[in-house]
Design a protein around this ligand. Structure first.
Ligand SMILES: *[C@@H]1O[C@H](CO)[C@@H](O)[C@H](O)[C@H]1NC(C)=O
Ligand SMILES: *[C@@H]1O[C@H](CO)[C@@H](O)[C@H](O)[C@H]1NC(C)=O
Ligand SMILES: *[C@@H]1O[C@H](CO)[C@@H](O)[C@H](O)[C@H]1NC(C)=O
Ligand SMILES: *[C@@H]1O[C@H](CO)[C@@H](O)[C@H](O)[C@H]1NC(C)=O
Ligand SMILES: *[C@@H]1O[C@H](CO)[C@@H](O)[C@H](O)[C@H]1NC(C)=O
Ligand SMILES: *[C@@H]1O[C@H](CO)[C@@H](O)[C@H](O)[C@H]1NC(C)=O
Length: 435
C-alpha cells in the first residue's frame, strides 16, 4: 500500500476539528473543485417515501472521488512548493510574517512525495466517498437500489480513466456484499463516449468554446485585477516574504491546500494557513470564472450538448424493463454541463472578472466538489410516474417543474427541446467555413 495515497505529508499534530460544521470563516469552505465530498454530502440517509408511491428506478451521474494531482502539479509541489517552504521558514526565523508557532511547526513537518505514475489516481478518501455515498443512496431508495446484485437491472459505466473506473468499483462495493460485488459487470469503457464525455467529441464546442481564447477572458482579467494583486500581497505579507508572490505560486498553494484537505480527514495542510477567508474567496472566484465560461452558462452549445445525458435518463425511465439502477462515473466537465442544461445554480448575470460576484449560486465549492453528483429517482405512484431529483443527496426542485416530485409526463413536456432537438452530429459538426 502506498502510504501517500493515504497521507501526502507528515504531521504529528492531529487536528480534531468538527468538519461537519465548518465556520464560514474557515478557508476550507472555498476550495472550489478540490473540496472533499464529506463537507457537502447529506448524511441523513432515512428512506425517502411518498404516499401511494414506490421508488422503482434511479439514474445517477457522479464525478469521480478525491484524486491525486495531475503530473504537472505533482512536479510543482515537489519543486516550487518545497523551495517556498524553506523560504517561509527562513523568513519566520528572521521574525517576519504572521504565522503562529503551530502553523510554522506544521510547515516544518510538511513534505510531499507522489509517484508521477499515479497522477490523478483515486485516493483512499475517494474510495471512502464512494462507499459511503452508495450506502446512503441504497438506504434512501431500497426499492430502486436492491441489495442483491442483478446483471439485468444494474448498470455501471465509467469513462476510460483510472479515477472513474475505481470510483465505480468502490461504489459497487458500497452497495453489495463481497461476493456479489465481485460479480458486478461494468460496461466496457470506450475512448469515444458520447454519454459520459460528450464534449470531448463535440468538434464545434472544442473549437468555439474550449480552444477559444475568449472563453478565458474574464478569468484572465480577474487575474490582473487590483483585488487579485492585493490578495497576492496579503498572502506574501502573511508569510513574511520580501517580494510579492506570483499568481502561479499562490494558485499552487491554493490547489495544494485543497488536495491535502481532501486527502485526509485528520491532518491539516499547512498550505491552508497561507490564506485568510477573503483571499481564499478570491482564489475560489478566479477558478469559478473559468468553469463558468467553460462548463456553464457562458455559451449555449456548452450545455445544449448535455441533452444526450438527459435523454439517456428519460429513455431509461420510459422503458418498462431494466436497467433499473444506472450509475455513471464521469468528470467535473460532465456534471457541470448537465446541471447547466437543467437551469440549476444560474446566477442573475454572467460572472465577470472586474469584481467578485459575492452571492452567486454558481460556486464550484458547492456544485463541483469531488464526488459531486446528481440523481433522478423514478417513483411509480397511484396517479402515474413521478421523478424526484437530488443534488449532493438533497432533494431539489428542478426550475422547469417547481415541485419536488415531478410528474414524468410533465417533465417530458418541459424537456421537449432536449428530446427532439438533440442531434449530436448536427449540433457538433463544424460546417465547412468554420473548419
Ligand atoms: C432525515 O430525512 C427524513 C426524510 O427526508 C426526514 O423526515 C427527517 O426529518 C430527517 N432527519 C433529520 C434529523 O433531519
Ligand atoms: C521529488 O524530488 C526528489 C528530490 O528532490 C526526487 O528524488 C523525486 O524523484 C522527485 N519526485 C518527483 C515525482 O518528481
Ligand atoms: C447474468 O446473470 C444470470 C443469472 O444470474 C447469469 O445466468 C448470466 O450468465 C449473467 N450474465 C452475464 C453476462 O454474466
Ligand atoms: C496587477 O499586477 C499586474 C502584474 O504585476 C499588473 O500587470 C497589473 O496592472 C496590476 N493590476 C492593477 C489593477 O494594478
Ligand atoms: C425493474 O423494474 C421493472 C419495471 O419497473 C420491474 O418490473 C422489475 O421488478 C424491477 N426489477 C428489479 C430486480 O427490481
Ligand atoms: C442527424 O443529422 C444528420 C445531418 O443533418 C442526419 O444525417 C442524421 O440522420 C440525423 N440523425 C438523426 C438520429 O436524426
Amino acid at each position: 500500500m502506498n502510504s501517500y495515497l493515504f497521507i501526502g505529508f507528515f504531521i504529528t499534530l492531529l487536528y480534531t476539528y468538527n468538519e461537519a460544521t465548518l465556520k464560514t470563516s474557515d478557508v476550507r469552505n472555498y476550495l472550489g473543485t478540490r473540496t472533499p465530498y464529506r463537507f457537502r454530502g447529506n448524511k441523513n440517509d432515512s428512506r425517502i417515501k411518498f404516499p401511494h408511491c414506490k421508488d422503482s428506478k434511479i439514474w445517477m451521474i457522479i464525478r469521480h472521488g478525491t484524486r491525486l494531482p495531475r503530473d504537472t502539479d505533482i512536479i510543482k509541489m515537489n519543486t516550487t512548493l518545497k523551495d517556498l517552504k524553506y523560504e517561509i521558514l527562513l523568513n519566520n526565523k528572521l521574525g517576519n510574517g504572521e504565522l503562529t508557532d503551530e502553523q510554522i511547526k506544521n510547515f516544518e513537518q510538511w513534505s510531499t512525495d507522489i509517484n508521477l505514475e499515479h497522477e490523478r489516481f483515486l485516493t483512499l478518501e475517494g474510495q471512502d466517498e464512494m462507499i459511503l455515498l452508495a450506502e446512503r443512496m441504497q438506504n434512501r431508495f431500497p426499492g430502486a437500489i436492491k441489495r442483491k446484485y442483478n446483471n439485468a437491472t444494474f448498470l455501471f459505466r465509467y469513462t476510460a480513466t483510472q479515477r472513474a473506473q475505481q470510483s465505480a468499483r468502490y461504489f459497487a462495493n458500497g452497495l453489495f456484499d463481497k461476493k456479489d460485488s465481485q460479480d458486478v459487470i461494468f460496461s466496457p469503457a470506450t475512448k469515444v463516449d458520447t454519454v459520459l464525455r460528450f464534449y470531448q467529441h463535440c468538434d464545434k464546442w472544442q473549437k468555439q468554446v474550449k480552444k477559444n481564447p475568449n472563453t478565458y477572458t474574464e478569468q484572465i482579467l480577474f487575474g490582473v485585477s487590483d483585488e487579485m494583486n492585493k490578495t497576492l500581497e496579503r498572502v506574501s505579507n502573511r508569510l513574511g516574504l520580501s517580494s510579492v508572490l506570483s499568481l502561479d505560486k499562490v494558485i499552487l498553494m491554493y490547489k495544494t491546500c485543497g488536495y491535502e484537505t481532501s486527502w485526509s480527514k485528520h491532518l491539516a495542510s499547512p498550505w491552508c494557513s497561507v490564506f485568510d477567508r477573503a483571499s481564499a474567496e478570491v482564489l475560489e472566484y478566479y477558478h469559478d470564472l473559468k468553469h463558468y465560461w467553460l462548463d456553464g452558462y457562458g455559451h449555449d452549445l456548452t450545455y445544449r450538448q448535455a441533452c444526450v445525458s438527459i435523454n439517456n435518463m428519460l429513455e431509461m425511465f420510459s422503458n418498462k424493463e431494466g436497467p433499473n439502477a444506472t450509475f455513471l462515473f464521469a468528470h467535473s466537465g460532465t456534471v457541470l454541463k448537465i446541471l447547466t442544461h437543467l437551469g440549476l445554480f444560474k446566477p442573475k448575470d454572467h460572472l465577470r472578472g472586474n469584481a467578485v460576484m459575492k452571492e452567486r449560486p454558481w460556486r464550484t465549492s458547492h456544485i463541483d466538489c469531488f464526488a459531486a453528483n446528481l440523481a433522478f429517482v423514478l417513483y411509480r405512484c397511484k396517479d402515474g410516474d413521478h421523478v424526484l431529483t437530488l443534488h449532493q443527496e438533497r432533494v431539489i426542485k428542478l426550475p422547469m417543474c417547481g415541485k419536488e416530485l415531478c410528474p414524468l409526463k410533465e417533465l417530458r413536456k418541459k424537456f421537449k427541446d432536449t428530446i427532439y432537438n438533440c442531434n449530436f452530429t448536427d449540433m457538433c459538426s463544424l460546417v465547412r467555413d468554420e473548419l
